[in-house]
Design a protein around this ligand. Structure first.
Ligand code: N01
Length: 535
C-alpha cells in the first residue's frame, strides 16, 4: 500500500512567489500545503534586504500582484517606486488578507529534499530536525538570496562592523560619525551609496567595474494619478503582459541607427530624464542586439555621467567601458553620481589595484590601506542557481541537483528539471525572470505549476516530469536566444554566472522576453504538456 504523503504540496519561501503559491494551491485548489521560510515573517527578498536606499526600480503599480482585482485596487502605493519598507508592508498585508501565515513554519530553513522513487513523493527536511513528505514541491526560494562567498581574506580580523546588504540588521545600523567603506557598485551599491554618504563621516567606495546607472525618477504618487491607473488596471495589465519586460512601457523604435542624431538624442533624453527601465526597454530595440546601436546609448549615458560628476578624473572612473549598456543588469539611481561631488566621499578603483585583504583596521588594496569603522559588502549573489543548489535536492536514482547541474542548469521552460519529478522551480534559471517584471513572471509560473498539478491529479497520476529531450532543447534555446543579443559580452555578470569564481559560465535566463515565453508555455499546456511525462 503506497504511503500517503503528509501534505499535497510543500512550498519553500514567503516572498511574492511563495505567498501566491500558498494562496493558490491551498485557498483556490483546496490542497494541503506546508510552507516554510527561513525568516520570521513574509517578504522574501524584501524581508532580508533592508539596507539604506533599498527600493524597487519597477513602478510600484506594476511591481505588484495582478491576480486579485480587489487587492490591486485597495493597496495605495505612496511612491512611483516603492521602498523596501512599503513593499514589505504590502506582502504582510497579502499574507493577512489571504490568511496565509497559518500555512507557514517560520524561522525554518529547508536543508534537503529527497525524491522517493517508490512512493512518488518528496521528503523535505528542515533545520528544526523535522521531515515532511509531500507529493509536490514548489520552490519559491528566489534568485538573488545566496550571497557570493566572501573573497576577502582577513574579514574575521576586522575590528569594526561588517554588514552584508542582503542580511542588513532589522534594527538598522547607525553610521553617524563613522568611516564607512562600501565594496560593490551593482544595483545594490548604487542605491546604497548616496544614502550612506548622507550619514557617514566619510565614505570610501571600492569600485571594481563602473556601471551604466540611469536616474530612477522617484516621486510621490498623487491621488489623481493613482485613480487614473487603478481605474484602468485591467487594460494596463493586459498591456504589461504584451510587453517584453512585463510593464506597460512604450514599444521601442526599431533601430538607433535608422534615425538622425537629433532624434536619437531626444529619445535618450526623454527616457533618461523620465527615469526607470524605459531607458533600456523603450528607446530602441536594437540597443541590446547590435553593438553599433548600443554604442550610441552607451556614449549618451557616459556623457550624462560626465555632466554630473565635477572632477573629470572621477567622472572617467565612473564611466563604464568594459561592457555594452544593458549587458549587465541596468541599475537605477537617485543622486548616485552627485554623491561623488562631496568632499567626504572617495572613489577607489579596485579594478586596477584589487582588494587583497580586510585587515583589523580596514581594507588593503594592491596599492594602499584604507582605515574604516564599518565595511558594507554589496558584492552580489550566486544568482539563479545558488538557492536551488543550496537546498539539497536529490532526484531520481539518488542524483543530486549539484551533480545534475555541474556544468550549468538543465531545465524545461525554467520551471522543471528532468530527473526531479513534481518539483516546480518558480522563476527558476532559464526562465525569463531577469528581464521580466517579477510579480507577473511569478504569477505566470505559479499558475502554470498549479494547472500542472491539477492536470496530474485529475488523471490519477502521481508524477509530472520534464523529459531530458525537452530540457536539452530548452537549454539550446536559452543559449541560442542569448547569443542573438549582446548579453554574453559582459565579462562579469550574474546573468551568465561569470560574477562567481569557478561557476560554469552559461546564459542563466531566457532573453526572448515575456510574450514569446508565455506563448511557448501556452502551447505546451494547450498540446497536453508536450515535453513532460505524466504518469
Ligand atoms: O549585485 P551585482 P547587486 N572585489 O552582482 C562587485 C537585484 N536588485 O547586489 O562588476 C570588488 O550586480 C561587482 O564588481 P564587478 C537586481 O536584480 C534589485 O548589486 O563584478 N568588487 C559589482 O560591482 C540586481 O541586479 C533592486 O566587477 C567586487 C558588485 O560587487 C541584483 O539584485 C535593487 C568583488 C556586485 O554587483 C544584484 O545586484 C538592488 C570583489 N571581489 C538589487 N566581487 C531593485 O530595485 C563583487 N564585486 C528591484
Amino acid at each position: 500500500m503506497p504511503h500517503t504523503p503528509d501534505v499535497d504540496v510543500v512550498v519553500v519561501g514567503a516572498g511574492f512567489a511563495g505567498l501566491y503559491s500558498t494562496h493558490r494551491l491551498r485557498n483556490l485548489l483546496g490542497l494541503t500545503v506546508q510552507s516554510f521560510d527561513a525568516g520570521s515573517g513574509p517578504g522574501g527578498t524584501w524581508y532580508w534586504n533592508r539596507y539604506p536606499g533599498a527600493r524597487c526600480d519597477i513602478e510600484s503599480v506594476w511591481y505588484s500582484y495582478s491576480f486579485d482585482e480587489d487587492l490591486q485596487r485597495e493597496w495605495r502605493w505612496s511612491e512611483r517606486f516603492a521602498g523596501q519598507a512599503e513593499i514589505l508592508r504590502y506582502l504582510e498585508h497579502v499574507a493577512d488578507r489571504f490568511d496565509l501565515r497559518r500555512s507557514y513554519r517560520w524561522n525554518t530553513r529547508v536543508t534537503s529534499a529527497v525524491w522517493n522513487d517508490d512512493e512518488h513523493h518528496w521528503t523535505v527536511s528542515t533545520d528544526d530536525g523535522a521531515t515532511t513528505t509531500a507529493r509536490f514541491v514548489v520552490s519559491c526560494a528566489g534568485n538573488l538570496n545566496v550571497p557570493k562567498e566572501n573573497e576577502f581574506p582577513g574579514q574575521e580580523t576586522f575590528a569594526g562592523e561588517v554588514h552584508r546588504t542582503s542580511a542588513w540588521p532589522h534594527e538598522g545600523v547607525d553610521l553617524t560619525g563613522k568611516r564607512v567603506g562600501v565594496i560593490g557598485t551593482g544595483a545594490t551599491g548604487i542605491q546604497l551609496i548616496p544614502r550612506v554618504a548622507e550619514q557617514a563621516a566619510h565614505l570610501t567606495v571600492f569600485q571594481r567595474t563602473p556601471n551604466f546607472a540611469c536616474p530612477l525618477g522617484n516621486r510621490a504618487v498623487d491621488d489623481e494619478e493613482f485613480e487614473e491607473i487603478t481605474s484602468n488596471y485591467p487594460e494596463l495589465r493586459r498591456r504589461s503582459r504584451a510587453n517584453f519586460g512585463g510593464a506597460p512601457y512604450p514599444d521601442p523604435m526599431p533601430s538607433a541607427l535608422a534615425v538622425s542624431d537629433e532624434v536619437r538624442d531626444a529619445e535618450y533624453a526623454k527616457y533618461y530624464d523620465g527615469g526607470g527601465f524605459r531607458m533600456l526597454l523603450s528607446a530602441f530595440a536594437d540597443v541590446i542586439l547590435d553593438k553599433r546601436a548600443n554604442d550610441t546609448a552607451s556614449d549618451y549615458i557616459r556623457d550624462r555621467i560626465r555632466e554630473r560628476v565635477e572632477d573629470p578624473r572621477t567622472a572617467e572612473l565612473l564611466c563604464p567601458t568594459d561592457h555594452p549598456y544593458g549587458t549587465k543588469r541596468a541599475p537605477f539611481e537617485t543622486g548616485y553620481y552627485e554623491a561623488f561631488n562631496r568632499d567626504d566621499v572617495d572613489l577607489v578603483d579596485v579594478g586596477s589595484a584589487p582588494i587583497t585583504a580586510i585587515t583589523p583596521t580596514g581594507v588593503r588594496t594592491a596599492v594602499g590601506e584604507y582605515e574604516l569603522d564599518v565595511i558594507v559588502l554589496a558584492t552580489g549573489f550566486d544568482a539563479f542557481t545558488g538557492s536551488l543548489l543550496k537546498m539539497g535536492y536529490v532526484g531520481r536514482g539518488g542524483t543530486s541537483l549539484n551533480e545534475k547541474w555541474e556544468h550549468g542548469p538543465s531545465t524545461y521552460l525554467g520551471i522543471a528539471v528532468p530527473g526531479f519529478p513534481n518539483l516546480f522551480t518558480i522563476t527558476g534559471p532559464q526562465s525569463p525572470v531577469a528581464l521580466y517584471n517579477n510579480p507577473l513572471a511569478i504569477e505566470d509560473h505559479v499558475e502554470f505549476a498549479s494547472r500542472a498539478i491539477e492536470h496530474t491529479r485529475s488523471r490519477g497520476a502521481t508524477v509530472f516530469e520534464a523529459t531530458e529531450d525537452a530540457a536539452a532543447e530548452w537549454g539550446r534555446m536559452t543559449v541560442g536566444v542569448g547569443d542573438l543579443t549582446l548579453l554574453p559580452l559582459a565579462p562579469s555578470s550574474f546573468y551568465t554566472g561569470s560574477n562567481v569564481p569557478g561557476k560554469p559560465r552559461v546564459m542563466l535566463f531566457f532573453a526572448g522576453g515575456a510574450p514569446l515565453y508565455r506563448a511557448m508555455c501556452d502551447q505546451v499546456e494547450g498540446t497536453g504538456y508536450g515535453g513532460f511525462a505524466v504518469d
